[in-house]
Design a protein around this ligand. Structure first.
Ligand SMILES: Cc1cc2nc3c(=O)[nH]c(=O)nc-3n(C[C@H](O)[C@H](O)[C@H](O)COP(=O)(O)OP(=O)(O)OC[C@H]3O[C@@H](n4cnc5c(N)ncnc54)[C@H](O)[C@@H]3O)c2cc1C
Length: 298
């Protein structure tokens, strides 16, 4: 909590310091060099940035940017239209005057899913790796806008995601971060050399990015309708999904539940209200999984 407060207060200052430091650090390879070349002031900043974990390593951040206003009312309207002889204005007035929860619950139980497609949700996500975003964009019934590695230069230092298992192993972690430093050096060297040949901007970035790893951080905006989100959650909240996309999907689910609690009441991995769909690949933790996701509804 204290660290968070300090972080908020000093965010602007740190963001600026981080960019400057990143440029300096990527000119160096080993910790020894870092110690001798960095000034005392830079050392303090580096240590502090490490303390609050905002130096180069990142973690997922999910924001629900926009959603259909009154999503559950819109879905109820679409569904009622299917069954009602009323005209649309009369229907609209009726729906606005009534609580639609019971009707919506019945609709979902009946698997009458097309009305749910009328509610859509736009998320902004940052602090995920390219490995994660590559899995995300396999979901085809969605719209995506991703930060470009052509138009955005990574010369001042690319951020990256460290898998927890690598982070907890000191030796692996060092290997991993050394490799990131090396990738950055090769990237910067490639850009500079291409610049000397008169190839600037996106022309240089688009080739230099070939050395960036799957761990490189990315930012992406996506829009999915509620039906696709339910499908996405069933696959990606599952323990069989890779840890990073699962973490992201759970954050998305929490946000979606806040604005459309009835639509997403039973959302989660496929095993929540049915046998595990993974068969012999089951994680074997159905009880714990159910407990976790049912707790999200409270
Ligand atoms: C645990 C896990 C492991 C995975 N491992 C791999 C892997 O090793 N290799 C790999 O390549 N992928 C892998 N994937 C990705 C997976 O194959 C799917 O591409 C991804 O999960 C998107 O699912 P989807 O196609 O159902 O969903 P979406 O693209 O979100 O589509 C939603 C639904 O719409 C319908 N639909 C969409 N497009 C079509 C279409 N063209 N024709 C007919 N129906 C359509 C389908 O019913 C589909 O389920 C993995 C996914 C998971 C969750």
């Amino acid at each position: 909590m204290i660290v968070f407060a300090r972080y908020t207060l000093e965010k602007n200052y740190l963001t600026e310091r981080k960019s400057l430091l990143k440029i300096r650090l990527f000119q160096l390879t080993r910790d020894n060099d870092r110690q001798t070349v960095l000034s005392a002031n830079e050392h303090d900043t580096y240590a502090y940035l490490q303390e609050v974990e905002i130096l180069m390593e990142t973690t997922v951040k999910v924001i629900l940017l926009r959603h259909t206003p009154d999503p559950e009312e819109v879905v109820a309207m679409a569904a009622k239209l299917c069954y009602s002889p009323s005209d649309i204005e009369a229907l609209k007035e009726k729906i606005e005057a009534k609580d639609q929860n019971i009707f919506l619950k019945r609709l979902i139980e009946m698997h009458h899913m097309s009305p749910i497609e009328h509610a859509s949700f736009t998320f902004a996500i940052e602090g995920i790796s390219r490995a994660c975003s590559h899995q995300l964009v396999r979901h085809r019934l969605a719209s995506y806008s991703q930060q470009s590695q052509r138009y955005v230069s990574e010369e001042s230092g690319f951020d990256y995601v460290v898998p927890p298992l690598i982070k907890e192993d000191e030796e692996l972690y060092r290997y991993f971060t050394d490799f990131m430093t090396q990738a950055q050096k090769t990237y910067n060297h490639t850009v500079k050399k291409l610049n000397k040949k008169g190839i600037e901007g996106e022309g240089a970035n688009q080739d230099a990015r070939f050395v960036l790893p799957n761990a490189a951080e990315t930012k992406i905006m996506l829009t999915m309708n509620a039906r696709e989100l339910l499908h996405f959650f069933s696959q990606r909240c599952c323990n069989r999904a890779q840890w990073e996309i699962r973490r992201m999907a759970v954050e998305m689910l929490k946000l979606a539940k806040k604005v459309a609690p009835v639509i997403f009441e039973k959302a989660g991995p496929g095993c929540l209200y049915a046998p595990c769909p993974e068969g012999s690949h089951t994680c074997g933790k159905i009880k714990e999984v159910r407990k976790t996701f049912l707790a999200l509804s409270i």
